[in-house]
Design a protein around this ligand. Structure first.
Ligand code: NAD
Length: 309
């Protein structure tokens, strides 16, 4: 199996590193427009192979898509990250052009690939990739909800003083500070509702912290985070390459599911070799469904900006 990661910046390189360390595929190509960057990072990672004991062959390419030919998965991380005080939505002008050209170039050489979109504003970039590529809808997947869910379980674990690995929590809706919906009602600690362990006030605090989790890190680091985003991209890629059929919240093209159509938004999907294979109905209650509709309205407004570019 072969995976291409476009964008050898912070998120792309971390994603590639995680893919290699977990031996997800035999061949991994890192591509960037910045001369030498992808080649250098690929060589650096290859020099960890003897230390870490993986056999994935990683190579780099400066914008030469022929090296990516025959990829099973293409992960798109190219584009500007946000700076402190910026929203993900402010990146649309620059990143739309980048995502468009990357989709075209990648598919020329890997017509059978599943496309994973990470560049922000992710839901709108996923929608753009779905429209631009003309691919069957199941082969375009936006990664945002996996990261937001990992942040949700992190904040739950901090509040409860228990290991994050003993917690399950899912974030659906848009991948934005005001559009994501951490589903506190469905979060569990070893099969017990987290509401058995945390007060309503504390749960509301966890939800609020999750929603601005990315902005908090951008404020601390000075740019967008990469460890968890890269790891989230890698676990999603692994489920496709290994046909694991894992359920992850991902941004996918909706046709009536969760009450929305002609939009890409985060919903729980089964992920396997064909991309996302089915949408899982979490039976949102009235309050959650209203939040989802509000989130959809914001994502849809952002999508209309594409027509003005
Ligand atoms: N979906 C998510 O959950 C999530 C999480 C974190 C970051 N992001 C987004 O991921 C993107 C990358 O973030 P980062 O921190 O890695 O940024 P970065 O600046 O470190 O890396 C981006 C890389 O893209 C490259 N690039 C630009 N145009 C390109 C093109 N046309 N072809 C190939 N490469 C190109 C740049 O040279 C750079 O190396 C940003 O848009 C960021 O907002 C998304």
């Amino acid at each position: 199996m072969k995976v291409t990661v476009v964008g050898a910046g912070a998120v792309g390189a971390t994603c590639a590193d995680n893919i290699a360390r977990s031996a997800v595929c035999q061949e991994l190509v890192l591509l960037d427009i910045k001369e030498g960057l992808a080649e250098g990072k690929a060589q650096d990672m290859m020099q960890t192979a003897a230390l870490l004991g993986f056999d994935t062959r990683i190579s780099g390419s400066t914008n030469d898509y022929s090296k990516t030919a025959g990829s099973d998965v293409v992960v798109i991380t190219s584009g500007l990250p946000r700076k402190p005080g910026m929203t993900r939505e402010e990146l649309i002008g620059t990143n739309a052009g980048i995502v468009k050209s990357v989709v075209d170039n990648a598919l020329k050489h890997s017509p059978e690939a599943v496309i994973v979109v990470i560049s922000n504003p992710m839901d709108t970039m996923t929608y753009l990739a779905a429209k631009q590529s003309g691919l069957p809808k199941n082969r375009v997947i936006g990664m945002g909800g996996i990261l937001d869910s990992a942040r949700f379980t992190y904040y739950l674990s901090e509040a409860m003083g228990v290991p994050a690995s003993d917690l399950q929590g899912v974030v659906v809706g848009g991948h934005g500070d005001t559009t994501m919906i951490p589903l506190t009602r469905l979060a569990t600690y070893q099969s017990t509702p987290v509401s058995n362990h945390l007060s309503a006030e504390k749960l509301a605090e966890v939800k609020a912290a999750t929603m601005v989790g990315g902005a908090t890190l951008t404020g601390l680091i000075g740019t967008s985070a990469w460890y968890a985003p890269g790891a989230a991209g890698a676990v999603l890629t692994a489920s496709i390459v290994r046909n694991q059929k894992k359920i992850f919240p991902c941004s996918v093209y909706l046709e009536g599911e969760y009450g929305e159509s002609d939009i890409c938004m985060g919903v729980p999907v089964v992920v396997g070799e064909n991309g996302w294979e089915s949408i899982v109905d979490y039976r949102l209650n009235a309050e959650e469904a209203a939040e989802f509709a509000k989130s959809a309205a914001a994502v849809r407004a952002m999508n209309t900006v594409l027509d003005t570019l």
